[in-house]
Write a protein that binds this ligand. Sequence first.
Ligand code: GLN
Ligand code: ZN
Length: 757
Amino acid sequence: MVTAANLGFPRIGAKRELKHAIESFWREETSQTELQRSASDLRAQNWKVQQDAGIDAIPSNDFSLYDQVLDTTLMLGAVPARFGTGADLSTYFAMARGTKDAPAMEMTKWFDTNYHYIVPEFTEGMTLQLASTKPLDEFLEAKALGIETRPVLVGPVTWLALGKAKTPGFDPLTLLPQVIAAYGDLLRQLAGAGASWVQIDEPILARDLSEAEVDALKSTYGALSDAGPKIMLTSYFDALRDNLALAAALPVAGLHVDLVRAPDQLDDVLAAIGDKHLSLGLIDGRNVWRADLTACLAIAERAVAAIGADRVQIAPSCSMLHVPVDLDHETGLDAELRGWLAFAQQKLTEIVAVTRALNGQKSDVAAAFAASDTAAATRRASPRIHAPAVKERAAGVTQADSRRATPFAKRILQQQAQLGLPDFPTTTIGSFPQTAEIRQARALHRKGELSDVEYDRFLKDRTRECVAWQEEAGLDVLVHGEFERNDMVEYFGEQLAGFAFTKNGWVQSYGTRCVKPPLIYGDVSRPKAMTVEWARFAQSLTPRPMKGMLTGPVTILQWSFVRDDQPRVQTCQQIALAIRDEVTDLEAAGIKVIQIDEPALREGLPLRHADWQDYLDWAVATFRLSASGVQDATQIHTHMCYSEFNDIMPAIAAMDADVISIETSRSDMELLKVFADFNYPNQIGPGVWDIHSPRVPAQGEMETLLRKAAEVIDPAKLWVNPDCGLKTRQWDEVRRSTAYLVGAARVLREKRAVAAE
Ligand code: GLN
Ligand code: ZN
């Protein structure tokens, strides 16, 4: 018999119940007991849903009050010293969020997803042991409800590989024996409690592994294979490739592979699998599309033919953490579009349908297969998805379209002549404080309690004030403030064809923060100009240059659920053409400086180095396609938030933006060295004010940062700006910081003038 498995269910609840429960606990409106009650209610509900759907291997310990990596850190007693020695809930939340005295642990993206985990910290001499029994507790909790679950654990090697050594030169892998011992204890306890299987996630198997990591995996599973329950070892987000032989040789009872991202690996996996169980990741755990069940079945049948039904399991490609909970709550979408989608709840029935079809119950699931066939057929043919004019235009794109007419060294002269800016020109990144007043007006407008006319007047007033204030503050290149924008991707998606938005399609981003990514379902085009009216209005308020402000194609792609019926590059190119039209329309409206933000460029990098260049090539080409339709005299800016630029400098330079602003203040300009060493040819604005903190830096600090920058970068190429947009700051902080920023630029300007005399 083929079995049906799930690797993880979204824990936030269909209506973000978990978020609300945790946040009210943080506000001290509810007790810890009440929070734990809400949490166990959610767990029970999720187990029940999966049981009712017919899932055989139901996960437990996939639940978390904040993050599964942080859970593991606490479970192993790896609490950094600044949080004391406790292992209770307040320690847990302190690690995630920081306290007055102890800064929070770092947070970063989980592989190539938009989920953020809390980065473990490793120090020389730390001792690790099994310090909590969360996986056991949740297994027993489910058991008490009559549901046998398969506990999910973050793999020991992945946990170590994702952490950071805080002692210089310390190798986290030296902690492995202690981690193995703790996992051994845990597995024995789970076996004692009746668990027959556990799921251990080692997604690092989809990355390039060091020799030390390979050895670590061997010794880990060598030691743990007999400790207790059978182990289903999972990898996901990419193919196993050269790690397949290693994974297949580990002494575990089962292997899970991602066949959505990497369908081509099946034959190799079947050849290598030996006598292990094989979990086929056939249903997309990362995206919202309804599965093509017939196609899934055909793949699964090959596996069954090769290794026999009893060793095959049908599963999502990865944990469903990355998709919204339930399509049934989605009231905003029309029936046709809904018919093309599946959220976590619907994906459970897809898993079960394929499983049952394999088990000789095809007639029982005929309706599910018929509906899936219909959805696949209508998607293939729908005029809502396929716009011949868009496809034709994209097919006609040439290399020349992705190139400015003239090299930077020449066009910058025309830009300087047109803009007449001083040395060390000052600007900001785009947004100004999104105050409670602005959020409230937006909410009222959405509810229909503030008319379009009133809302428009309100936004214009805020913009007018903001522009006047920037002039007074002495900034050189102004922005309109982005008051009309809710979010830098949603704002554009709402105006582009091919995008849809859900009402409840929430996905956990980190902790209690959830996002509702737009859904790109069809060919993308721009029915009409999106930002030109605002830009024209803002420019009319001032003689100084007003920056047009756009989100770049790669970032729009990266932060959306993307269609799966064509390669990402094609979708990105369509977005780029829409942005390109916006850029040239802005230029035609008299806007001389246009910023195209690409904060998500780096996070789109594939997990394997071998795939980087291909991605960077098309990401850069699509950015350039969006930016290259303008005259030489029009200045293109781009902006990126904190990124490790080290290994992608050639691509950053290849973007050929006239000016790039980057986040550097937290790294004390260290990052700039990379640009200096590379001899970055164009202009650059290293952030001199860390906008993530309410702290207002002194003018002297900014001067010091700028002087450091001027030591490594030609001062004629330097801009002066904050690290990022100011939307999360208070006006009071913005006023003081901007005054210092302008002051610092003036000081450097005078020094340079004196030096030149
Ligand atoms: N222009 C955007 C802003 O200022 C950029 C945001 C970002 O970099 N994430 O808000
Ligand atoms: Zn930024």
